[in-house]
Design a protein around this ligand. Structure first.
Ligand code: NAD
Ligand code: DAU
Length: 348
């Protein structure tokens, strides 16, 4: 039996990773450490919460004493670190929250892992989950590869870039075994409706405006969240130590084109006349320092580990919309704040 710590497992991507590991690896005991910030929601993983190889731990990676005690108590063989402040707009209003959780929190985990195993790291791994935003913004052509220089532009991106550097420095200095992946924009079930796709699904559902930043001519590379979780599984088990893998969908969309496809699918699924959702599109003030274009070259992951996305964007988007329409209560609980009642009695 191996003890694996997954941080941020009550969030969007973390919940998919926790479910995959708890389900596919009965020989691992999965500890899900999450502070349950506004983005953490135990409803996301309610289906596996009683599994015998699963334990939820409410706690903050900023709390160094708590983290050290937890590592000493459970002797984690592996760490998959996803806990973070993740929303760019929030980083523009509150940059320090991002530095504290994403940089200092990551350093706390690394120190605790190092203190636990000293210099005997055989069969141990610290997996740091990061973002393509560390590479900055692309022009009209080109793709981010694993050797693209870091050039983060938002406080969120800078905090993730800094945490990547801290992880690599522990690898170099203390020989701490690590792997890093940098992924493009995820979409799918359980994403907090502050991010583009779930926010727009929610707004269409409730007849609210769809706020398009600037002229909408910004490009992102979209990946279905379950494909990200599968890539993490593969890299955790087969990735090269001290290496980096880019994960992306080879699936670039300008925001405006993506929003048009989303509106078309929503009209069909809601049985409303074509063009109804698109009428809600409203151009609003641009995001400060808005990165123009992200696009990932995931060739290395494909060639070395055989990974490729399992669904097309149209399929993934359709599945995603269906999930939000079917799980109206989840959306209502998140938007009303009632999702916090779910665990109040247990963890507060
Ligand atoms: P999320 O905001 O949905 O979830 C983050 C989780 O971390 C939440 O459950 C939250 O409660 C927890 N958390 C936050 N601060 C914490 C703290 N101090 N201590 C303990 N737990 C804390 O984020 P997400 O979109 O699922 O992203 C997960 C990871 O993947 C992040 O590291 C993010 O940078 C990275 N990533 C996200 C995307 C994306 O498109 N969402 C793409 C690439 C990489
Ligand atoms: O690229 C990976 C990153 O993708 C992750 O590291 C981040 O955690 C994740 O939040 C995401 O960042 P983005 O800023 O690209 O995602 P967001 O959904 O906030 O915005 C996507 C695009 O849509 C971006 O160009 C801004 C635009 N947008 C977003 C919102 C919320 C709008 O035009 N209107 C909106 O209301």
């Amino acid at each position: 039996m191996k003890n694996i710590l997954i941080t941020g497992g009550a969030g969007f991507i973390g919940a998919h990773v926790v479910r995959l590991f708890v389900t596919n690896y009965p020989k691992y005991h999965i500890y899900n450490l999450d502070a349950l910030t506004y983005a953490g929601n135990l409803e996301n993983i309610a289906d596996i919460s009683d599994a015998p190889n699963y334990t939820f731990v409410k706690g903050n990676i900023k709390d160094i004493d708590f983290i050290n005690t937890l590592f000493q108590e459970h002797k984690f063989d592996g760490v998959i670190h996803l806990a973070a402040e993740s929303h760019v707009d929030r980083s523009i209003t509150n940059p320090n929250d991002f530095i504290e959780t994403n940089v200092l929190g990551t350093a706390n985990l690394l120190n605790a892992f190092r203190d636990l195993w000293k210099d005997n790291f055989e069969d141990k791994l610290f997996y740091h989950v990061s973002t393509d935003e560390v590479y900055g913004s692309l022009g009209k052509t080109g793709l981010f590869t694993e050797t693209t220089s870091y050039d983060p532009q938002s406080p969120y991106a800078a905090s993730k870039a800094a945490s990547d550097h801290v992880v690599r420095s522990f690898g170099n200095t203390y020989k701490l075994p690590f792997v890093i992946s940098n992924c493009s924009n995820n979409y799918g079930a359980n994403q907090f409706p502050e991010k583009l796709i779930p926010l727009f699904i929610h707004n269409i559902r409730t007849g609210k405006n769809l706020p398009v930043y600037g002229d909408g001519n910004y490009t992102r590379d979209w990946l279905f969240v379950e494909d990200h979780a599968k890539a993490i599984d593969l890299i955790f088990h087969k990735g090269k130590l001290a290496d980096t893998y880019n994960i992306g969908g080879f699936n670039e969309w300008t925001n405006l084109n993506l929003i048009k496809v989303l509106c078309e699918q929503m009209d069909i699924k809601l049985n409303q006349p074509e063009g109804t959702s698109a009428k809600l599109i409203t151009f609003v003030k641009d995001r400060a320092g808005h990165d123009k274009r992200y696009a990932i070259d995931a060739t290395k992951l494909n060639k070395e580990l055989g990974w490729k996305p399992s669904v097309t964007f149209e399929e993934g988007l359709s599945k995603t919309i269906d999930w939000y329409l079917k799980n109206e209560q989840w959306l209502n609980n998140v938007t009303s704040g009632a999702y916090k009642d779910y665990y109040k009695e247990m963890y507060e």
